[in-house]
Design a protein around this ligand. Structure first.
Ligand code: UDX
Length: 439
């Protein structure tokens, strides 16, 4: 089939290559000429395991191309809308300007061309899809909108796109919605053939499924982090506790890793946008719950800074801290709302000299602007440090031999912000080990 993907950021670029991999002819469109030039040359604007190989393979086979011209979308059976919905500059709400701009530009290009499906994948506040569907009809009466949220995780983006847990269609009422569902079924045929669960519903439910899923995940993390504080106060161990409660499959083991909290381009801004939307709709209790999840999460960052000052002296001025990890999680170079960088920056604000290292070089780019010194290795980051902070659980850090750092640091104090290290091994090498909610 012919497919267009509008917006070639994280979601769109991976979606475009994945649709080509399923056998479709795909054009990816973005207003950012630099990004389009990079992608056309088979280069990736971000690090994502497996994506570069897939991109080059699909470009070489001629099933994937990129353009800055919306006219290139005309004639496609399905247009996937994959533009970003970041947090607004002046509030906690989602900034929908890119979604509207993309929809306007697509609508103008389509005009009254033959029947086609527009599939919205961006994360939007409930009510957006219905408004977009009405707007689309004004310019393109033969185009039908489906809301088809994406649930991919960075680091697993290709796998999550080609082998999703579930597919959700938010459909227009009646025959038109059913027709559009049939077209999308053809695009996703190889995925549906594996009996991937598919939920057909209305626009509002589809929009809410996405933000509810992210809110629930964020809630699990903030829940276990709040428990971790009580563990710290009592000497209990949050890792053992999470393992024990997770055995109950009504709770589940996943997303109960206590630490410095969640970050990234999705969870933080999605819970804030949802809280804002819930409050507008009279859902005050939900807005409060989401606000508390956010506060607990941000509290983990200040707690970590306090822990450093407790361990190396209340006055951090002139103290040297080595930070391992800048990305918001391992296997990505994404630093959007990264707890690791936020903690490093807060330590600088308190007067500390902070050196940082991340295996993904691009994750170090924002450091200098925050007054944090980027380095090229673990040894360079921890050299002369009074405390070492492991803030992103990259394999390189989990596998570190603590004894090999002994001669480099000034003080053998380590804060394991992700509870990812082998505490016994670090202690055996003479380190004062501190986890989050673990002894
Ligand atoms: C998330 C959702 O998982 C995904 O379904 C959605 O489509 C987009 O948002 P992503 O942002 O890639 O994906 O990251 P995720 O793996 O969910 O991790 C988010 C953050 O939570 C990271 O900072 C991670 O370190 C943190 N986290 C995760 C914890 O602190 N504890 C956990 O137990 C799990």
């Amino acid at each position: 089939m012919r497919v267009s993907v509008i917006g070639c950021g994280y979601l769109g670029a991976v979606h475009a290559a994945s649709m080509a991999q399923l056998g479709h002819n795909v054009v990816g469109i973005d207003v950012d000429a630099k990004k389009i030039a990079l992608l056309s040359a088979g280069k990736t604007p971000f690090y994502e395991p497996g994506f570069a190989e897939l991109l080059r393979e699909c470009l070489a086979e001629g099933r994937l191309s990129f353009s800055t011209d919306m006219a290139a979308a005309v004639g496609a059976d399905v247009h996937f809308l994959c533009v970003g919905t970041p947090q607004s500059a002046d509030s906690l709400a989602a900034d929908l300007r890119y979604v509207h701009a993309a929809m306007d530009s697509l609508g103008a290009a389509l005009g009254d061309s033959p029947p086609t499906v527009v599939a919205g994948k961006s994360t939007v506040p409930v009510g957006t899809a219905r408004a977009l569907a009405e707007k689309l009809k004004l310019t393109s009466p033969n185009a039908t909108l489906v809301w088809n949220p994406e649930f991919l995780r960075e680091g697993f983006a290709v796998k999550d796109t080609i082998q999703p847990d579930r597919i959700v269609y938010g459909l227009a009422p009646g025959g038109e919605g059913q027709w559009a569902a049939g077209v999308l079924d053809q695009v996703y045929a190889p995925i549906l053939a594996r009996e991937t669960p598919k939920i057909e519903t209305d626009y509002e439910t589809a929009e809410l499924v996405k933000v509810s899923a992210n809110s629930f995940l964020a809630m699990k993390i903030s829940f276990i982090n709040a428990i971790a504080r009580v563990c710290d106060a009592t000497g209990a161990n949050v890792k053992d506790l999470a393992g024990a409660i997770g055995i109950d499959d009504r709770i589940g083991k996943k997303f109960l890793r206590a630490g410095i909290g969640f970050g990234g381009g999705c969870l933080p801004k999605d819970i804030r946008a949802f809280a804002t939307r819930a409050a507008q709709l009279g859902g005050e209790d939900l807005a409060e719950l989401l606000g508390q999840i956010d506060r607990i999460n941000l509290g983990q960052r200040s707690w970590t800074v306090e822990l450093v000052s407790r361990l190396v002296g209340p006055d951090l001025a002139g103290k040297t801290v080595g930070v391992l990890g800048a990305a918001f999680k391992p296997d990505t170079d994404d630093t959007r709302d990264s707890p690791a960088l936020a903690i490093a920056a807060a330590l600088v604000q308190r007067g500390a000299i902070v050196r940082i290292y991340d295996p993904a070089e691009a994750a170090l780019l924002p450091a200098a602007g925050l007054g944090v010194e980027p380095t090229g290795s673990v040894a360079a980051a921890v050299g002369g440090a009074q405390a070492v902070l492991v803030l992103t659980e990259w394999a390189e850090f989990k596998e570190l031999d603590p004894a090999s750092l002994n001669g480099l640091v000034e003080g053998r104090t380590v804060i394991d912000g992700r509870n990812a290290l082998d505490a016994q091994r670090w202690r055996a090498a003479g380190w004062d080990y501190h986890g989050i909610g673990t002894r």
